[in-house]
Design a protein around this ligand. Structure first.
Ligand SMILES: Cc1ncc(COP(=O)(O)O)c(C=O)c1O
Ligand SMILES: [Zn+2]
Length: 418
């Protein structure tokens, strides 16, 4: 499948480049950092390979995402490292389904990753390519999760990580990056300013650009999710897959994974892909509604850091994925994410961060709009854990914990009072 990468192709101007582990964005489409020419991988025409199907059906879980190595764009002779990423549970959530009046509902629990988010799949891939490139230092812009992942994988691979973050990222999140040994630099300005600085530093200092999806290999880490979903669901297909969209790496990765399954003849069609964004950062949703091919730059006005960008860098492919799959895009308010978060915890036992709870908020909205029917089979991408940054999960004013003396009657009175 992708093993034989023939070329990298700019999604904006179509220019082709030879595959290279240091490739980032198209050289002709770089002037506007908000509208980069993301390079897409053109692979060999797939054959109907029984060996590849077997890998998808019976992956060797001990290898993390490298269980799927034969389907991933990596050179065969480099050492791989895994921290046990991937192979996350596919959970049926009957309590949540019945709360929403749906016949069924499924959750891909990406909070189970070593550093708590799906980004570990992406980091495993990007760090593998950095090693192919002989890099010593990785640099990226992150809202926290990708930097955590890259710092963890980079550290074990013996690489230094420089994480450029917004001053809005909470201290809890920064602490974990630092514990992995990552060097955190808080940079003022917009997400575009930080990306621009990251690209300039990578060029000037020869550091490896580990941004997803400016690194064309990033989405290929995320494309392992549909492979797993296929095997875990016994091949039963989904009508909808609903995911939060920030940089667009996860969403486009999912599309690629389902495309692989389609090309291998394992699924009859790609599920309808629904992109969820924050109302305060809706670049793909606006473009979808206006019939545009590229995300529309806008504000970054949301509490959900993972989906807060001036514009989704991988918007061209994300919009193609939505349209090709007859999917949709929906924006949710911060309050809707904050309402979905405890709902997910209480009805399904998953503690997500706001950007991940956005998938459930999006489903609620789409069901309300009758775009998703209650009888349809829906998969929600629960992309990251709330445990890394618990302060983001509930407004502080909602948290008050009574303090009592060790008296049974006081305990009873307190509990009964609610
Ligand atoms: C928890 C979580 N969900 C979703 C996203 C969005 O993923 P992507 O940037 O690949 O669109 C992110 C990105 O940081 C994230 O951290
Ligand atoms: Zn281009």
């Amino acid at each position: 499948m992708d093993v034989q990468i023939k070329a990298l192709q700019c999604v904006r101007c179509g220019e082709k480049y030879p595959p290279h582990p240091r490739a980032t964005t198209c050289l002709h489409c770089r002037e506007d950092i908000d509208r980069p020419g993301i390079l897409d991988l053109l692979g060999e025409d797939p054959s109907d390979s029984p060996a590849l199907k077997e890998i998808i059906l019976h992956p060797d879980r001990s290898k993390g995402i490298w269980a799927y190595e034969d389907l991933l764009p990596v050179e065969p002779d480099f050492p791989r490292m895994t921290l046990g990423e991937g192979h996350t549970p596919l959970l049926e959530a009957p309590g949540l389904a019945s709360f929403l009046g749906m016949d069924s509902l499924w959750l891909k629990n990406e909070t189970m990753h070593p550093t708590g988010s799906f980004k570990d799949r992406v980091a495993a891939m990007v760090v593998a390519k950095a090693r192919e490139a002989g890099a010593r230092t990785l640099i990226l812009v992150s809202s926290g999760n990708m930097a955590n992942s890259v710092a963890a994988y980079g550290a074990v691979a013996g690489l230094e990580t420089v994480a450029i973050v917004s001053p809005k990222v909470s201290r809890e999140r920064l602490n974990t990056i630092a514990v992995y040994g990552g060097k955190v630099v808080r940079v003022n300005g917009t997400s575009s300013d930080r990306l621009s600085l990251c690209f300039r530093a990578a060029e000037q200092f020869g550091w490896y650009n580990a941004n997803s999806p400016h690194n064309p290999y990033g989405p290929h880490g995320a494309k392992t999710i549909p492979y797993e979903v296929f095997a875990q669901s016994g091949g039963e297909s989904f009508d909808w897959v609903i995911s939060p969209v920030g940089f667009g790496c996860n969403f486009v990765g999912n599309w690629k994974g389902f495309e692989d399954l389609l090309r291998l003849g394992m699924i009859p069609r790609i599920p309808r892909l629904a992109a969820v964004q924050a109302e305060g950062s809706p670049s793909v949703v606006r473009a979808f509604e206006m019939g545009r091919e590229e995300g529309i730059p806008g504000p970054q006005d949301t509490i959900a850091g993972g989906i807060s960008q001036v514009v989704t860098p991988n918007s061209i492919l994300a919009l193609r994925a939505i349209r090709a799959s007859e999917g949709t895009a929906v924006a949710v308010a911060d309050e809707e994410m904050l309402a979905a978060l405890p709902l997910l915890a209480r009805k399904a036992g998953l503690y997500a961060e706001p950007a991940a709870a956005a998938a459930l908020a999006g489903l609620k909205k789409l069901v309300g709009q009758r775009k998703v029917r209650r009888s349809e089979r829906v998969l929600l991408m629960i992309s990251g854990s709330g445990l890394k940054d618990p302060s983001s999960s509930l407004p502080a004013k909602d948290l008050s914990f009574p303090l009592i003396d060790p008296s049974l009657s006081e305990l009873e009175r307190t509990i009964r009072a609610g």
